[in-house]
Write a protein that binds this ligand. Structure first.
Ligand code: BTN
Length: 267
């Protein structure tokens, strides 16, 4: 089997597997879009309901964090965006992307047994092959009425499918596990995990924060935070604040709360 031979995503097959009430109740699967985040934002403006999910087989302009692009070849991976626009979002907004990364981690583990870690804020990492590489990322974007949470998970992409410059830092479940994974089973499980974690986040946020802190590999490490056009910040990652910020102790003993940036683990 090459990485191109996987079954196409089918609305019926995903629906049969869904156990959720809200997330995916309105589910759209497209063959090709520019960005599922953009499509979900437009659907939200047109009145789509909280929990609407847009999935695409491929994206022509997949968006990544910090203005980057997200490589999105067809029929291999999962690219989805979830519309979050109920009242609870006011209290938990900053935690939504972190929660989404946790949902990816949970569902990957449930479906494949692979244990991933989280790199703050919302990168899902695997080291099964001996090198720590990123298998999934989350991009949260604000909308008029809430937020769109976009998730990109590299599922059945082979090493040869990645551009050269990503091969040392990015991976897929196929590469990590040595076998392909059913994307529809994974998608249904992921939406189940999102629904479960969202419910917990809005009622008992400390539970989700504890699960996140346990899964986050950035904590208790020396790290460098890189932000475009700013001097990098180095320090010891002490904890994650209750608003999701990374608390760094710098060389002069100050605690700095970081809310955006790229983390490099130093040791
Ligand atoms: C990152 O840079 O780590 C975040 C990547 C997020 C990619 C996903 S794919 C589905 C959704 N649509 C987009 O355009 N981006 C997100």
């Amino acid at each position: 089997m090459t990485s191109h031979d996987h079954a196409p995503l089918s609305l019926e097959s995903v629906r049969q597997r869904l156990t959720t009430h809200t997330f995916g109740a309105h589910l759209v699967i497209e063959d090709q879009v520019d960005s599922t985040n953009r499509v979900a934002t437009i659907l939200g403006q047109q009145g789509a309901s909280h929990g609407t999910v847009v999935v695409a087989e491929r994206q022509t302009h997949g968006r990544g964090r910090l203005g980057r692009s997200w490589v999105s070849p067809g029929r291999m991976n999962l690219y989805l965006s979830i519309l979050i626009q109920d009242a609870s979002i006011r209290n938990v907004g900053t935690w939504l992307p972190l929660m989404a990364a946790l949902a990816v981690r949970r569902s990957v583990n449930e479906v494949t047994g692979l244990m991933t870690t989280l790199k703050w804020p919302n990168d899902v990492m695997s080291s099964r092959t001996g090198t720590v590489r990123k298998v999934a990322g989350v991009l949260a974007e604000s909308t008029d009425r809430g937020m769109v949470i976009g998730i990109g998970l590299n599922v059945n992409m082979a090493l040869a499918d990645f551009p050269d410059d990503l091969r040392s830092t990015a991976s897929s479940l196929l590469i990590e596990l040595g076998h392909p994974v059913d994307r529809m089973v994974l998608l249904a499980k992921m939406l189940g995990a999102v629904e479960d974690l969202y419910e917990t986040l809005t009622h008992q946020p400390q539970q989700v924060m504890t699960e996140y802190r346990d899964a986050c590999d950035t904590l208790r490490k020396r790290v460098r935070i890189e932000l475009a056009a700013q001097t990098p910040l180095e320090g010891y990652a002490e904890t994650i604040a209750n608003d999701g910020a990374l608390c760094l102790k710098t060389a002069d003993g100050q605690i700095c709360e970081v809310r955006a940036g790229d983390v490099v683990h130093l040791r």
